[in-house]
Unconditional design. Structure first.
Length: 253
């Protein structure tokens, strides 16, 4: 932004001075997200790797995540934070208490254990991470409180990172962009079964809301789907969708 300011003096004539004012970018993140990002940066700065791969990643000798996923198993979640810029989402696997069982869906699943001392509650959480460019991970965490359960779920999601092969396999679309999947695939977990079909650009994600979070973080924008079985059990439904995405890599070999 440039703004003209006129300067006037008694002896000199009027001159136009040009002052460049830098643009101020607004930070749309909430204060909780800012605190969480600061904590992650501090944790990465203080991180002391314990594995050979972690040492090589921190020293800058390994910069390709594909080599690590193909040859070795990731044992430290900080490796993902160093190499990828990931985002996270929580899946609604639980249900809040309501009259006649009509509670709303929520991210925390609460269970109780009967003991001699009383009821001991436990919270479960399912997290999804991805960079929007073909990398996705899902993890489940359990703890006696909600915050530790979320941290465990995020940690396990980073350790379970996998690569999703994208493409354009629809007959109605002739582009070569990576906006869908290359061919039909199917996944199953328990009684939940999901079939994914490639779709042309502009279709969107024609699938359940919880699987939409997984596909968005994987970088898939257009897809058709069919689901069978108990799709209300979000954990099995999400695992079936993840199994379908993992089969693309197996068939592509």
């Amino acid at each position: 932004m440039k703004q003209k300011i006129k300067e006037q003096s008694a002896e000199e004539p009027i001159e136009e001075a040009v002052i460049e004012i830098p643009e101020i970018k607004e930070d749309k993140r909430s204060w909780r997200q800012r605190e969480q990002d600061e904590r992650e940066k501090d944790a990465l700065a203080k991180w002391k790797p314990k594995t050979k791969i972690g040492i090589l990643v921190k020293d800058g000798k390994i910069k390709d995540i594909d080599k690590i996923l193909e040859e070795n198993k990731i044992l430290e979640p900080e490796i993902i934070d160093f190499l990828l810029n990931t985002k996270s989402e929580l899946l609604n696997i639980g249900q809040s208490k309501g009259k006649f069982g009509g509670g709303k869906r929520r991210a925390w699943k609460q269970t109780q254990k009967k003991t001699a001392e009383g009821n001991v509650p436990t919270f479960s959480c399912m997290a999804v991470i991805g960079d929007g460019a073909g990398y996705i991970g899902v993890g489940i965490g359990k703890a006696k409180e909600t915050v530790p359960a979320r941290e465990k779920a995020l940690r396990k999601a980073k350790l379970n990172l996998m690569k999703v092969i994208r493409g354009c396999g629809s007959f109605d679309c002739s582009c070569n962009e990576l906006h869908s999947i290359p061919f039909k695939t199917e996944g199953k977990c328990g009684s939940s079964r999901v079939i994914l079909y490639p779709a042309p650009q502009g279709t969107g994600l024609v699938i359940g809301d919880e699987c939409k979070k997984i596909l968005k973080l994987a970088g898939i924008k257009d897809i058709y789907s069919k689901s069978f079985g108990q799709t209300r059990s979000t954990i099995n439904f999400a695992r079936a969708c993840l199994a379908a995405l993992s089969k693309i890599k197996e068939k592509n070999r």
